[in-house]
Design a protein around this ligand. Sequence first.
Ligand SMILES: Nc1nc(=O)c2c([nH]1)NC[C@@H]1CN(c3ccc(C(=O)N[C@@H](CCC(=O)O)C(=O)O)cc3)CN21
Ligand SMILES: CC(C)C(=O)C(=O)O
Ligand SMILES: [Mg+2]
Length: 328
Amino acid sequence: MVKTQSLRPALKPFPSISAARRWMSVRPPDASDNNEVGATPSLAFVGRKKVTIQHLRQMKQSETPIAMVTAYDFPTGRACEASGVDITFVGDSLAQVCLGYDSTTKLSLDEIIHHARAVARGSKNPFLVVDMPFGSYHVSCEDAVRNAVRLIQEGGAECVKMEGGEELAPTVRELTRMGIPVMAHLGLLPQRVSSLSGYRVQGKDAASARAVYNSALALEDAGACSIVLEAIPHLLGTHITNKLSVPTIGIGAGPNTNGQVLVWDDLMTRWEGRKAKFVRRFADVRKEETKGLSEYVNAVKARAFPDIANESYEMDEAEWRQFLAGLD
Ligand SMILES: Nc1nc(=O)c2c([nH]1)NC[C@@H]1CN(c3ccc(C(=O)N[C@@H](CCC(=O)O)C(=O)O)cc3)CN21
Ligand SMILES: CC(C)C(=O)C(=O)O
Ligand SMILES: [Mg+2]
């Protein structure tokens, strides 16, 4: 008899990644694993119970930290699934770290949908959040709803995220009213890099801290299911977290937010740009890639790859003679 999900309490975190993997390996795939956007049946497996907004709220209540990370393609989506990530997030940082634009404001809705679809195929059980790109929620509420619907229908999003304060409350309220979950994003707003005169820590003085706090209250009131707090003092991150009933996810907001989010390429060391203070590098992928790639190039140049014995195909000798005889 194989173990089923019910043997595991819904929200207890796995004590280790290996425990999570052991759990995964005993749960058989089921039909629901394959009904998502462009499913890949041959790769069907999932880690654990589907993460929902309700789970995220319970995690806040039980003080279970929420792990969120960006993903931009199918393999990173799969990795999120496999490592027990709670929220897989297709961020518009895609623009910079994946597509080579110099600002997230250059990213189009079509571009992020293309990537979100790929992530959704790989990441089934984590909650899937997709950033609304610059311009896709600025014109009107109607436009924001239309574009959020595209992220859900075409991109596989379960929740959309948008940058801004109280001025977004009517939009958040309308999306929420239509059953579209919204994650808000306060503090450093990369889509407003020009008006902020750069990527700067926000809420450092009493007045701007109060503005961030008031926006958090207004957005929760408007229905936001969670709020990302980026690059603000940790005292402010803690205060907002304590005052809100929805989970806060921090990136440079200190250790007391309900969860943390990092950009994949930052935590893996793939991004060559400036390292923000809030980034911790948990792996050095670039070092491995550089090493592997230069070894490959050297091996090709030295005719050391491929070898005949193990990396090439044989042909029956008689067939080969027949082939030669058949030539003119
Ligand atoms: N790779 C990457 N990681 C990110 O976190 C990220 C992106 N790209 N692109 C979109 C935005 C831009 N972000 C950034 C980029 C730089 C800093 C940064 O260097 N911050 C300074 C603050 C300096 C100050 O306020 O004085 C730092 O030292 O942390 C912060 C956020 C966050 N987002
Ligand atoms: C930095 C995170 C929160 C983000 O919005 C992104 O990666 O786009
Ligand atoms: Mg973003």
